[in-house]
Every structure is written in structure tokens, then in C-alpha cells.
Design a protein around this ligand. Sequence first.
Ligand code: PLP
Length: 478
Amino acid sequence: YPSTVTKQTKMKQYIGNGCVVELPAIVESKHSLIESKIGFQENENKDDAFFVFDLGDIVHKYANWVHRLPRVKPFYAVKCNDDHAVLKILADLGASFDCASKAEIQKILNLDVDPSRIIYANPCKQTSFIKYSASKNVRTMTFDNEAELYKIKTVFPSARLVLRILPPSDFKVQCELGMKFGCHPKKASNLLSIAKSLGLDVVGVSFHVGSGCEDAQAFAVAIEKARDVFDLACNLGFNMELLDIGGGYPGHDTGNGAVTFQEMADVINTSLEKYFPEADGVKVIAEPGRYFAASALSLAVNVIAKRVVSRDRKGKDNLPEQSPGASDEPAMMYYINDGVYGSFNCLLYDHAAVTTSPVQEQDTDLNYTSSIWGPTCDGLDCILEECQLPELGIGDWLYFDNMGAYTVAAGSTFNGMPRPRNFYYCQADIWYRLYPETACKVERSMKTVPQMKAGRQLLETADPDIEKHGHSPIETCL
Ligand code: PLP
């Protein structure tokens, strides 16, 4: 695959934790990058499944967030995708973080993020994790039940508490959270009184409308309810200063009439203006996960095995006589090297739906009914029960876009199946806008993009981390 991309992918930057980011001058398409990585792996005699991370996509998403929701500070939900590069880019962009556990807090603090940029947004926390958060001065945390208040009183009485309320339940969401978390607004008064009697410091209200929310009005209703609870708390004498509007934003525009981020942002801005006008000085934050991570990752998988069956027998080779009228047309079963125990755990946990296409251009319009299966020995490991694909051979590649949210984070190595490799890239002009100090004097491959040179500082030396990890400064630039 000697594509233009491989020729241009000359510059690299090491960002710690084993992540090397390639900085192509121009990225023709994610597809061409996948092709170049297949070629790269072939040279290494490898056929591993792999992710390509477009870190520039995260930068665009961040800029879009700031543009559309200027009042709402994003606290990225680490659980969604805790890959080092994703967290590092977001930290360097200025994002804050929603952590659910001690390990997530550690990860973020290791990036030199100030503890005030973390919300411990898990209403049911392990006591030792609360102690850890106290020891690290991570003070803001959510609660939604009485027992949590007593726990916090014992181990971290000076915590800044945020009451998580139940979101409205009459809006469609991909993953509902209300059955597990959230205090009913009608019970908020009681809970707040207990917090008051314990001398705890309640500073805000949060909610999560549900992940993959399909109706922007869910935010309008939830913000109105949050206002009621805010007023209750103010009347009890709490100094309420924080509204946390949670997660639930779309990860990509599907273009099929589904709610867009812009529509959601418009509804949120209108509701904030109505119920939390800027002049009141309430700080508004959110906990987006999917929004930042989903579209940044594409997954390429190798067809490792194949079975041709009769279409209406769907892979059951030993079926008894077919029913009359059933089709004997061939149908394909493809086995690929990632599955529901790996990155496609999103099918189970995130109620995701995925689509796929072949990487290689096909010279036929003939499609076959096909099913796609993961590599483990479990019959549950089915990725697509039925899709239309041209005939593929062993060793061919398929790719799946929008695979960054709730995929890698929960993948296992069940059956000894390795997790996919990671390849990181970021279009060079985006990178150098974010890290002007990493630009260096070797610019041969950047001549085609003269505007990138403007405003860029040219330095001889590179990140000191590189020395530690054995990459010389010159490798950073070439
Ligand atoms: N905040 C909390 C407390 C969550 O549980 C989740 C997801 O489950 C998120 C934020 C992120 O949600 P999303 O990825 O839908 O933005």
C-alpha cells in the first residue's frame, strides 16, 4: 500500500506511556490511513486487528464544544475511553475530568492535572477510594443516597458534595442510568436535610439523562428539575454554586434524522439562560464521554476464517431437510480477530449497533448475505447477524468507524485473544497548533502546507520524556 499517506507520515511525536503519534501533513481519509497500516503490518508479517486514533478529531470536538456550549465546562468521563493519548490530548486542551474510581483519579493526576479539575462522579463509592480522594485533595464528588452521606462524613467531611438527581424517564436513550442512580427530586429535601444535620457541604446538583440520549428535550426537563432542587438546597442554607448536566451527547452525526450535538446544545443554552442565568454566577459543568471519544477511533479487523453456508440455514451445517421455499443461495460466515469479548463488548454493554465495510476496493457489485463472528469459541460472540457484503477471502480486512466509546475500555482477552494494536495520528497543523513547542527544523515533508509554518516555534530539542523512552529528539521530528 504505497499510498501518499505513507510517504507523508514522516513525523512522529512521543507522548508517554508507549504512545507514538504520527503527524501526517495531510490526511486524505481515515480509510487511506487504515490501508497504510495494513501495509505496515504486512511488512512485519502481522495480521492483528488494530485501532487508528485520530487525535485531531478530539481537538475538533473540543473546539466545537467550546463554540456551542461556551458556558459549560467539559469534565470528560474517563470510563468512556481511558486510553493515555485520549486523556493527554484532552488534558492539554484544558478539559477537566469525571472519574469513577481511585484508578481513574490516579490516571488523571499522573497527567499533572490539578485535583480541582476532577469530579469524582460516582454516587456509590468504596470507602478507601474516598479516603484516597481526600488524600489527593479531589474534593468534589456526587452522592444520591443517605448511606453515602454517613460514609463521606466519616472519611472526608470537608468534601464538596453534588446531589445527583433522577433524570426524566420519558425520553429515549441508548443506555438508561436512572434505574441505578439518582435521587428522586421529591426525596431531595429529606436527603439535603440529612446532609445539613451532618454539617456536610452540598455545593451543587447533577443529573445524567442517560447515555446516547436521543431527545434534546430531556436536558430541558432535567435542567428545570435541577433548578427546583437548587432552590430547596439554597433554602436550607447551602451555598449552591455548581450545576453538572452530566453526559448523554451524541458521539457522531448519523445523518439519519437523529438528534445532533448542535440541537442539544441549543436546547441546553436556552434552558440554562432560563433557569440558571449567567448573572447568577452558577458554574455549569458536564460529563461528556461518547461525544469526545466515539468518532476518533476506527477499528480494522482481519478475516481469519470463513464458512459458506446455505442462506436459510444460517451456518447450521447439519440442519435436517430445509423447509419448502427456503433459499439455497450461498451465505457467508466470516470470523474476525476481534469480538464481543474484546472491542465489540459495546454490543452488550453499550447497546451499540455497528456497521462495517471492506477496506479493499471491491470490483463487484454482487453482495451476499453475511454474518460476522468474533474469534472466541463462544457462540455468543456474534458481531453482525446479518449484513450484505461482497465475497471476502481469508486475510481480507473490514473496518468499523465510530468505535471509540465504551469499546477498548471494557475489552478483555478472553480465550487468549489479544486486544487490537493502537496507531495514533494527528494531522500536523492541528498538532502544532496545540503543541507549537514540539515543532522542529526538519520540515521537508511539510513544504506542501506553507500555512503550517506560520506562528510555529521551531525548536531543536524535544520532550524530555523521549529520552527516558529511548526516542531521540530527531526521531520525534522524522
Ligand atoms: N457521567 C456518568 C456518571 C456516567 O455514568 C457516564 C456514562 O455512563 C457519563 C458521564 C458519560 O456519558 P456519555 O458517554 O453518554 O456522555
